[in-house]
Design a protein around this ligand. Structure first.
Ligand code: UD1
Length: 439
Protein backbone atom coordinates (compact mmCIF):
# COMPACT_ATOMS: atom_id res chain seq x y z
CA UNK A 1 0.00 0.00 0.00
CA UNK A 2 1.07 3.54 -0.74
CA UNK A 3 -0.21 6.98 0.11
CA UNK A 4 0.14 9.61 -2.58
CA UNK A 5 0.11 13.09 -1.16
CA UNK A 6 0.02 16.44 -2.94
CA UNK A 7 1.36 18.88 -0.40
CA UNK A 8 0.84 22.48 0.57
CA UNK A 9 -2.93 22.54 1.07
CA UNK A 10 -3.82 24.27 4.34
CA UNK A 11 -6.04 21.95 6.37
CA UNK A 12 -9.22 23.27 7.88
CA UNK A 13 -12.22 21.88 9.70
CA UNK A 14 -12.77 19.43 12.53
CA UNK A 15 -11.47 15.98 13.24
CA UNK A 16 -12.52 13.60 15.99
CA UNK A 17 -9.92 11.30 17.48
CA UNK A 18 -10.46 7.60 18.15
CA UNK A 19 -9.89 5.60 21.30
CA UNK A 20 -6.27 5.17 22.33
CA UNK A 21 -4.31 2.27 20.84
CA UNK A 22 -1.88 2.18 23.73
CA UNK A 23 -4.71 2.18 26.27
CA UNK A 24 -6.84 -0.48 24.65
CA UNK A 25 -4.07 -3.05 24.08
CA UNK A 26 -3.21 -3.58 27.77
CA UNK A 27 -6.90 -3.52 28.70
CA UNK A 28 -7.52 -6.35 26.24
CA UNK A 29 -4.75 -8.36 27.92
CA UNK A 30 -6.11 -7.47 31.38
CA UNK A 31 -9.56 -8.81 30.48
CA UNK A 32 -8.07 -12.28 31.00
CA UNK A 33 -8.10 -11.54 34.73
CA UNK A 34 -11.83 -10.97 34.89
CA UNK A 35 -14.59 -13.49 35.63
CA UNK A 36 -17.25 -12.51 33.15
CA UNK A 37 -17.70 -10.20 30.25
CA UNK A 38 -15.58 -7.14 29.50
CA UNK A 39 -17.12 -4.69 27.08
CA UNK A 40 -14.71 -2.06 25.75
CA UNK A 41 -16.13 0.88 23.81
CA UNK A 42 -14.41 3.46 21.57
CA UNK A 43 -12.09 0.74 20.28
CA UNK A 44 -10.12 2.02 17.28
CA UNK A 45 -9.94 -0.02 14.06
CA UNK A 46 -6.26 -0.82 13.85
CA UNK A 47 -4.10 -3.71 12.79
CA UNK A 48 -2.69 -3.92 16.33
CA UNK A 49 -6.18 -4.25 17.80
CA UNK A 50 -7.03 -6.99 15.31
CA UNK A 51 -3.84 -8.81 16.31
CA UNK A 52 -4.74 -8.48 20.01
CA UNK A 53 -8.21 -9.91 19.29
CA UNK A 54 -6.61 -12.83 17.45
CA UNK A 55 -4.28 -13.46 20.39
CA UNK A 56 -7.29 -13.57 22.71
CA UNK A 57 -9.16 -15.95 20.41
CA UNK A 58 -6.10 -18.20 20.19
CA UNK A 59 -6.09 -18.47 24.00
CA UNK A 60 -9.71 -19.62 23.99
CA UNK A 61 -11.33 -16.27 24.79
CA UNK A 62 -14.60 -15.45 23.07
CA UNK A 63 -13.58 -12.12 21.49
CA UNK A 64 -15.90 -10.15 19.24
CA UNK A 65 -15.37 -6.75 17.72
CA UNK A 66 -18.55 -5.11 16.41
CA UNK A 67 -18.12 -1.56 15.22
CA UNK A 68 -16.07 0.09 17.92
CA UNK A 69 -17.25 -2.22 20.71
CA UNK A 70 -15.14 -5.17 21.74
CA UNK A 71 -16.61 -7.92 23.90
CA UNK A 72 -14.31 -10.37 25.64
CA UNK A 73 -15.46 -13.46 27.55
CA UNK A 74 -12.58 -15.43 29.00
CA UNK A 75 -14.47 -18.41 30.45
CA UNK A 76 -13.15 -20.63 27.64
CA UNK A 77 -9.53 -19.67 28.42
CA UNK A 78 -7.67 -22.88 27.72
CA UNK A 79 -4.25 -22.09 26.29
CA UNK A 80 -1.31 -20.52 28.06
CA UNK A 81 0.76 -19.96 24.96
CA UNK A 82 1.25 -16.88 22.74
CA UNK A 83 3.12 -18.06 19.68
CA UNK A 84 5.86 -16.34 17.72
CA UNK A 85 3.65 -15.13 14.90
CA UNK A 86 1.55 -12.90 17.18
CA UNK A 87 4.35 -11.53 19.32
CA UNK A 88 6.39 -10.83 16.18
CA UNK A 89 3.46 -8.89 14.69
CA UNK A 90 2.88 -6.93 17.86
CA UNK A 91 5.17 -6.71 20.87
CA UNK A 92 2.29 -5.79 23.19
CA UNK A 93 1.06 -9.41 22.83
CA UNK A 94 3.71 -10.13 25.43
CA UNK A 95 1.51 -8.40 28.03
CA UNK A 96 -0.64 -11.54 28.32
CA UNK A 97 2.19 -13.24 30.27
CA UNK A 98 1.24 -11.74 33.65
CA UNK A 99 -2.52 -12.28 33.32
CA UNK A 100 -1.97 -15.90 32.16
CA UNK A 101 0.32 -16.50 35.14
CA UNK A 102 -2.31 -15.06 37.45
CA UNK A 103 -5.13 -17.13 35.93
CA UNK A 104 -3.50 -20.39 34.89
CA UNK A 105 -0.23 -20.34 36.85
CA UNK A 106 1.61 -20.79 33.61
CA UNK A 107 2.51 -18.92 30.42
CA UNK A 108 4.61 -19.76 27.40
CA UNK A 109 5.26 -16.69 25.30
CA UNK A 110 7.50 -16.13 22.33
CA UNK A 111 10.35 -13.74 23.15
CA UNK A 112 9.72 -10.37 21.54
CA UNK A 113 12.68 -9.70 19.29
CA UNK A 114 14.17 -6.37 18.34
CA UNK A 115 12.18 -4.01 16.20
CA UNK A 116 12.74 -1.06 13.95
CA UNK A 117 13.00 1.34 16.88
CA UNK A 118 15.65 -0.55 18.81
CA UNK A 119 16.24 -3.70 20.80
CA UNK A 120 13.47 -2.98 23.36
CA UNK A 121 14.41 -5.39 26.15
CA UNK A 122 11.90 -6.94 28.56
CA UNK A 123 14.17 -7.35 31.56
CA UNK A 124 12.05 -5.07 33.76
CA UNK A 125 8.91 -7.09 33.02
CA UNK A 126 10.66 -10.35 33.89
CA UNK A 127 12.35 -9.02 37.04
CA UNK A 128 9.00 -7.72 38.24
CA UNK A 129 7.19 -11.00 37.57
CA UNK A 130 9.96 -12.85 39.42
CA UNK A 131 9.55 -10.52 42.37
CA UNK A 132 5.88 -11.59 42.46
CA UNK A 133 7.00 -15.22 42.74
CA UNK A 134 7.06 -16.34 39.12
CA UNK A 135 9.74 -18.74 37.94
CA UNK A 136 11.03 -17.68 34.55
CA UNK A 137 13.00 -19.78 32.10
CA UNK A 138 14.12 -18.53 28.72
CA UNK A 139 15.08 -20.87 25.91
CA UNK A 140 14.45 -21.72 22.27
CA UNK A 141 12.99 -18.28 21.63
CA UNK A 142 10.32 -18.68 24.31
CA UNK A 143 9.76 -17.50 27.85
CA UNK A 144 8.31 -20.15 30.13
CA UNK A 145 6.81 -18.67 33.26
CA UNK A 146 5.16 -20.55 36.07
CA UNK A 147 3.89 -19.75 39.52
CA UNK A 148 2.48 -21.40 42.59
CA UNK A 149 -1.26 -21.23 43.02
CA UNK A 150 -1.22 -17.45 43.53
CA UNK A 151 1.39 -14.82 42.81
CA UNK A 152 2.48 -12.96 45.93
CA UNK A 153 2.58 -9.21 46.41
CA UNK A 154 5.99 -7.59 46.57
CA UNK A 155 7.90 -4.32 46.37
CA UNK A 156 9.21 -3.69 42.86
CA UNK A 157 11.50 -0.84 41.90
CA UNK A 158 11.70 -0.19 38.15
CA UNK A 159 15.14 0.98 37.02
CA UNK A 160 13.32 2.94 34.32
CA UNK A 161 9.65 4.02 34.32
CA UNK A 162 8.69 1.59 31.55
CA UNK A 163 5.09 1.93 30.42
CA UNK A 164 4.75 -1.75 29.49
CA UNK A 165 6.43 -3.05 32.66
CA UNK A 166 4.27 -0.83 34.88
CA UNK A 167 1.11 -2.08 33.14
CA UNK A 168 2.28 -5.66 33.22
CA UNK A 169 2.99 -5.64 36.95
CA UNK A 170 -0.26 -3.85 37.74
CA UNK A 171 -2.15 -6.61 35.96
CA UNK A 172 -0.15 -9.48 37.41
CA UNK A 173 -0.49 -8.22 40.97
CA UNK A 174 -4.24 -7.55 40.96
CA UNK A 175 -5.07 -11.11 41.90
CA UNK A 176 -1.89 -11.71 43.94
CA UNK A 177 -1.82 -12.55 47.63
CA UNK A 178 -1.06 -9.35 49.57
CA UNK A 179 0.18 -5.92 48.57
CA UNK A 180 2.41 -4.93 45.68
CA UNK A 181 4.15 -1.57 45.45
CA UNK A 182 5.61 -0.45 42.11
CA UNK A 183 8.21 2.26 42.62
CA UNK A 184 9.45 4.55 39.86
CA UNK A 185 6.34 3.58 37.94
CA UNK A 186 5.46 5.17 34.59
CA UNK A 187 2.79 7.89 34.85
CA UNK A 188 1.27 7.81 31.36
CA UNK A 189 -2.50 8.39 30.98
CA UNK A 190 -2.82 4.89 29.50
CA UNK A 191 -1.71 3.48 32.86
CA UNK A 192 -4.42 5.43 34.61
CA UNK A 193 -6.96 4.11 32.10
CA UNK A 194 -5.88 0.52 32.75
CA UNK A 195 -6.14 1.11 36.50
CA UNK A 196 -9.61 2.63 36.08
CA UNK A 197 -10.75 -0.42 34.14
CA UNK A 198 -9.30 -2.85 36.70
CA UNK A 199 -10.66 -0.88 39.66
CA UNK A 200 -14.13 -0.82 38.10
CA UNK A 201 -13.80 -4.60 37.84
CA UNK A 202 -13.06 -4.78 41.57
CA UNK A 203 -9.29 -4.36 41.82
CA UNK A 204 -7.67 -2.16 44.47
CA UNK A 205 -5.08 -0.04 42.70
CA UNK A 206 -3.96 3.24 44.26
CA UNK A 207 -1.68 5.91 42.87
CA UNK A 208 -1.85 5.11 39.14
CA UNK A 209 -0.61 8.22 37.35
CA UNK A 210 2.04 8.83 40.03
CA UNK A 211 5.51 7.37 40.59
CA UNK A 212 4.35 4.93 43.24
CA UNK A 213 1.48 2.54 42.61
CA UNK A 214 0.07 0.28 45.32
CA UNK A 215 -2.00 -2.76 44.47
CA UNK A 216 -3.87 -4.70 47.14
CA UNK A 217 -4.50 -8.17 45.76
CA UNK A 218 -8.12 -9.30 45.57
CA UNK A 219 -9.61 -12.76 45.07
CA UNK A 220 -11.56 -12.11 41.86
CA UNK A 221 -12.56 -9.47 39.34
CA UNK A 222 -15.95 -9.11 37.74
CA UNK A 223 -17.05 -8.17 34.23
CA UNK A 224 -17.35 -4.48 33.43
CA UNK A 225 -17.98 -1.99 30.63
CA UNK A 226 -15.20 0.50 29.93
CA UNK A 227 -14.77 3.38 27.51
CA UNK A 228 -11.19 3.76 26.44
CA UNK A 229 -9.51 7.21 26.65
CA UNK A 230 -8.90 9.27 23.49
CA UNK A 231 -5.67 8.69 21.61
CA UNK A 232 -3.37 11.56 22.54
CA UNK A 233 -0.80 10.62 19.91
CA UNK A 234 -3.40 10.55 17.15
CA UNK A 235 -4.58 13.97 18.37
CA UNK A 236 -0.99 15.27 18.42
CA UNK A 237 -0.48 14.02 14.88
CA UNK A 238 -3.47 16.06 13.64
CA UNK A 239 -2.16 19.07 15.55
CA UNK A 240 1.11 18.80 13.64
CA UNK A 241 -0.78 18.24 10.37
CA UNK A 242 -2.57 21.54 10.96
CA UNK A 243 0.67 23.28 11.88
CA UNK A 244 2.72 22.03 8.94
CA UNK A 245 0.11 23.11 6.39
CA UNK A 246 -0.52 26.52 7.97
CA UNK A 247 -4.03 25.29 8.72
CA UNK A 248 -6.86 25.91 11.15
CA UNK A 249 -8.15 22.68 12.68
CA UNK A 250 -10.23 21.78 15.70
CA UNK A 251 -9.36 18.40 17.20
CA UNK A 252 -12.36 17.01 19.03
CA UNK A 253 -12.89 14.32 21.63
CA UNK A 254 -9.50 14.78 23.34
CA UNK A 255 -8.28 15.31 26.88
CA UNK A 256 -6.19 18.50 26.47
CA UNK A 257 -4.29 17.79 29.71
CA UNK A 258 -2.81 14.67 28.08
CA UNK A 259 -1.22 16.89 25.43
CA UNK A 260 0.33 19.59 27.60
CA UNK A 261 3.90 19.06 26.34
CA UNK A 262 2.82 18.91 22.70
CA UNK A 263 0.67 22.05 22.97
CA UNK A 264 3.48 23.88 24.77
CA UNK A 265 6.00 23.07 22.03
CA UNK A 266 3.60 24.13 19.28
CA UNK A 267 2.99 27.44 21.05
CA UNK A 268 6.74 27.93 21.42
CA UNK A 269 6.97 27.48 17.65
CA UNK A 270 4.41 30.23 17.10
CA UNK A 271 1.21 28.21 16.62
CA UNK A 272 -1.98 29.36 18.34
CA UNK A 273 -3.27 26.47 20.43
CA UNK A 274 -6.54 27.00 22.28
CA UNK A 275 -7.75 24.31 24.66
CA UNK A 276 -11.38 23.76 25.50
CA UNK A 277 -12.80 21.08 27.76
CA UNK A 278 -12.69 18.28 25.17
CA UNK A 279 -11.13 19.91 22.15
CA UNK A 280 -8.05 21.72 20.96
CA UNK A 281 -8.05 24.40 18.28
CA UNK A 282 -4.83 24.73 16.30
CA UNK A 283 -4.31 27.84 14.20
CA UNK A 284 -1.07 28.07 12.25
CA UNK A 285 -2.33 30.25 9.45
CA UNK A 286 -0.52 33.39 10.41
CA UNK A 287 3.24 33.02 10.33
CA UNK A 288 6.20 30.79 9.60
CA UNK A 289 7.03 28.55 12.53
CA UNK A 290 10.16 29.01 14.64
CA UNK A 291 12.49 26.12 15.45
CA UNK A 292 12.54 24.73 19.01
CA UNK A 293 14.56 22.10 20.84
CA UNK A 294 12.87 18.87 21.84
CA UNK A 295 13.87 16.21 24.32
CA UNK A 296 11.71 13.11 24.67
CA UNK A 297 10.95 11.99 28.20
CA UNK A 298 8.55 9.73 30.07
CA UNK A 299 5.15 11.37 30.69
CA UNK A 300 4.47 14.19 31.47
CA UNK A 301 7.54 15.03 29.37
CA UNK A 302 7.48 15.31 25.61
CA UNK A 303 6.29 11.95 24.20
CA UNK A 304 8.71 9.88 22.16
CA UNK A 305 5.79 8.97 19.89
CA UNK A 306 5.56 12.64 18.83
CA UNK A 307 9.28 13.00 18.14
CA UNK A 308 9.17 11.98 14.47
CA UNK A 309 6.06 14.10 13.69
CA UNK A 310 7.75 17.15 15.21
CA UNK A 311 10.88 16.48 13.21
CA UNK A 312 8.81 17.01 10.04
CA UNK A 313 7.69 20.34 11.45
CA UNK A 314 11.20 21.43 12.42
CA UNK A 315 12.41 20.56 8.92
CA UNK A 316 10.39 23.52 7.57
CA UNK A 317 10.62 25.87 10.56
CA UNK A 318 12.81 28.95 10.74
CA UNK A 319 16.14 28.27 12.48
CA UNK A 320 17.82 25.25 14.02
CA UNK A 321 16.15 22.74 16.35
CA UNK A 322 17.91 20.04 18.33
CA UNK A 323 15.96 16.83 18.93
CA UNK A 324 17.20 14.49 21.66
CA UNK A 325 15.62 11.05 21.84
CA UNK A 326 16.16 9.74 25.37
CA UNK A 327 13.47 7.03 25.53
CA UNK A 328 14.35 4.64 22.69
CA UNK A 329 17.63 3.93 21.01
CA UNK A 330 17.58 3.98 17.24
CA UNK A 331 14.38 5.96 16.88
CA UNK A 332 15.67 8.39 14.29
CA UNK A 333 15.30 6.10 11.28
CA UNK A 334 12.82 8.42 9.57
CA UNK A 335 15.60 11.00 9.18
CA UNK A 336 17.11 9.41 6.07
CA UNK A 337 13.73 9.50 4.32
CA UNK A 338 13.12 13.13 5.32
CA UNK A 339 16.54 14.03 3.97
CA UNK A 340 15.42 12.56 0.63
CA UNK A 341 12.66 15.18 0.70
CA UNK A 342 15.23 17.94 1.11
CA UNK A 343 15.38 18.15 4.91
CA UNK A 344 18.68 19.27 6.45
CA UNK A 345 19.17 16.95 9.43
CA UNK A 346 22.42 15.75 11.03
CA UNK A 347 22.30 12.80 13.41
CA UNK A 348 24.84 12.08 16.10
CA UNK A 349 23.81 9.13 18.26
CA UNK A 350 20.47 10.01 19.82
CA UNK A 351 20.64 13.67 18.82
CA UNK A 352 19.36 15.12 15.56
CA UNK A 353 20.08 18.69 14.57
CA UNK A 354 17.48 20.02 12.19
CA UNK A 355 18.24 23.10 10.15
CA UNK A 356 14.88 24.41 8.94
CA UNK A 357 14.36 24.88 5.21
CA UNK A 358 11.81 27.07 3.43
CA UNK A 359 10.21 23.91 2.08
CA UNK A 360 10.56 20.19 1.58
CA UNK A 361 10.01 18.61 -1.83
CA UNK A 362 7.83 15.61 -2.59
CA UNK A 363 9.69 12.34 -3.19
CA UNK A 364 9.06 8.60 -2.98
CA UNK A 365 9.77 7.56 0.63
CA UNK A 366 9.28 4.45 2.75
CA UNK A 367 7.77 4.10 6.22
CA UNK A 368 9.61 1.59 8.39
CA UNK A 369 7.81 2.16 11.69
CA UNK A 370 4.50 3.55 12.88
CA UNK A 371 5.31 7.08 14.08
CA UNK A 372 8.15 7.58 11.62
CA UNK A 373 5.69 6.64 8.87
CA UNK A 374 3.13 9.15 10.12
CA UNK A 375 5.87 11.77 10.13
CA UNK A 376 6.55 11.13 6.44
CA UNK A 377 2.86 11.69 5.69
CA UNK A 378 3.06 14.96 7.62
CA UNK A 379 6.22 15.96 5.75
CA UNK A 380 4.38 15.21 2.50
CA UNK A 381 1.45 17.42 3.55
CA UNK A 382 3.87 20.31 3.99
CA UNK A 383 6.04 19.63 0.94
CA UNK A 384 5.96 21.12 -2.52
CA UNK A 385 4.85 18.53 -5.08
CA UNK A 386 3.92 14.87 -4.75
CA UNK A 387 5.12 12.52 -2.01
CA UNK A 388 4.60 8.77 -2.28
CA UNK A 389 4.77 6.99 1.07
CA UNK A 390 5.26 3.22 0.87
CA UNK A 391 5.05 0.83 3.82
CA UNK A 392 1.62 2.16 4.81
CA UNK A 393 0.94 -1.05 6.76
CA UNK A 394 3.19 0.38 9.51
CA UNK A 395 0.97 3.47 9.72
CA UNK A 396 -2.23 1.39 9.69
CA UNK A 397 -1.04 -0.37 12.85
CA UNK A 398 -1.73 2.78 14.81
CA UNK A 399 -3.96 5.24 12.93
CA UNK A 400 -7.65 4.63 12.28
CA UNK A 401 -8.74 6.32 9.01
CA UNK A 402 -5.74 8.67 8.81
CA UNK A 403 -6.00 9.32 5.07
CA UNK A 404 -9.80 9.66 5.10
CA UNK A 405 -9.62 12.14 7.98
CA UNK A 406 -6.92 14.17 6.25
CA UNK A 407 -8.98 14.26 3.06
CA UNK A 408 -11.95 15.55 5.01
CA UNK A 409 -9.74 18.38 6.25
CA UNK A 410 -8.89 19.28 2.67
CA UNK A 411 -5.66 17.36 2.11
CA UNK A 412 -4.96 15.62 -1.15
CA UNK A 413 -4.15 12.06 -0.04
CA UNK A 414 -4.83 8.99 -2.14
CA UNK A 415 -4.33 5.37 -1.09
CA UNK A 416 -3.14 3.09 -3.84
CA UNK A 417 -2.10 -0.52 -3.92
CA UNK A 418 -0.01 -2.43 -6.38
CA UNK A 419 -2.36 -4.17 -8.81
CA UNK A 420 -1.68 -6.72 -11.45
CA UNK A 421 -2.22 -5.58 -14.99
CA UNK A 422 -3.39 -7.84 -17.83
CA UNK A 423 0.21 -8.62 -18.78
CA UNK A 424 1.00 -9.74 -15.24
CA UNK A 425 3.11 -6.75 -14.24
CA UNK A 426 2.43 -4.72 -11.14
CA UNK A 427 0.96 -1.28 -11.52
CA UNK A 428 -0.36 1.20 -8.97
CA UNK A 429 -4.15 1.15 -8.68
CA UNK A 430 -6.40 3.29 -6.52
CA UNK A 431 -8.35 1.40 -3.88
CA UNK A 432 -12.10 1.88 -3.70
CA UNK A 433 -13.97 4.59 -1.87
CA UNK A 434 -11.33 7.26 -2.08
CA UNK A 435 -12.81 9.52 -4.70
CA UNK A 436 -12.55 12.39 -2.21
CA UNK A 437 -8.85 12.90 -3.04
CA UNK A 438 -8.54 16.06 -5.07
CA UNK A 439 -6.18 15.57 -7.98
C1 UD1 B 1 4.88 2.06 25.14
C2 UD1 B 1 4.04 2.43 23.95
C3 UD1 B 1 4.87 3.13 22.89
C4 UD1 B 1 5.62 4.30 23.51
C5 UD1 B 1 6.38 3.87 24.75
C6 UD1 B 1 7.03 5.04 25.49
C7 UD1 B 1 2.33 0.70 23.95
C8 UD1 B 1 1.73 -0.49 23.30
N1 UD1 B 1 3.43 1.23 23.41
O1 UD1 B 1 5.84 1.11 24.69
O2 UD1 B 1 4.02 3.60 21.86
O3 UD1 B 1 6.53 4.82 22.56
O4 UD1 B 1 5.49 3.23 25.67
O5 UD1 B 1 6.10 6.01 25.79
O6 UD1 B 1 1.81 1.21 24.92
N2 UD1 B 1 12.85 -0.94 28.58
C9 UD1 B 1 13.83 -1.74 29.13
N3 UD1 B 1 13.45 -2.90 29.73
C10 UD1 B 1 12.16 -3.29 29.83
C11 UD1 B 1 11.15 -2.48 29.26
C12 UD1 B 1 11.54 -1.28 28.65
O7 UD1 B 1 15.02 -1.43 29.08
O8 UD1 B 1 11.88 -4.36 30.40
C13 UD1 B 1 13.26 0.30 27.90
C14 UD1 B 1 12.90 0.29 26.42
O9 UD1 B 1 13.86 -0.39 25.66
C15 UD1 B 1 12.82 1.76 26.11
C16 UD1 B 1 12.29 2.36 27.40
O10 UD1 B 1 12.50 1.38 28.41
O11 UD1 B 1 14.10 2.26 25.85
C17 UD1 B 1 10.81 2.72 27.35
O12 UD1 B 1 10.06 1.59 27.01
P1 UD1 B 1 8.57 1.34 27.54
O13 UD1 B 1 8.14 2.52 28.34
O14 UD1 B 1 8.54 0.00 28.18
O15 UD1 B 1 7.75 1.31 26.19
P2 UD1 B 1 6.67 0.26 25.75
O16 UD1 B 1 5.79 -0.09 26.90
O17 UD1 B 1 7.33 -0.84 24.99
Amino acid sequence: MKLIIKGRRPLSGRVRVHGSKNAVLPIIAASLLVDGETVITQVPHLEDVHTAVEVMASLGVDARLRGSTLTLRPEGLSSFEAPYDYVRRMRASFLVTGPLLARLGRARISLPGGCAIGSRPIDLHLKGLEALGARIRVGHGYIEASAAERLTGSRVYLDYPSVGATEHLMMASCLAEGTTVIENAAEEPEIVDLANYLNAAGASIYGAGTKVIRIEGVRALKGVRHQVIPDRIEAGTYMVAAAITGGYVEIEGVVPDHLTAVSAKLREMGVDVVEDENSILVNASRRRLKAVNIKTMPYPGFPTDMQAPFMALLAVAEGTGVVTETVFENRLIHVVEMVRMGADIQVDGRVATVQGRRSLYGAPVTATDLRGGAALVLAGLGAVGVTEVSGVEHIDRGYDSLDANLRRLGASVRRVRPRETADGRLAAGTTGGLAGGRH
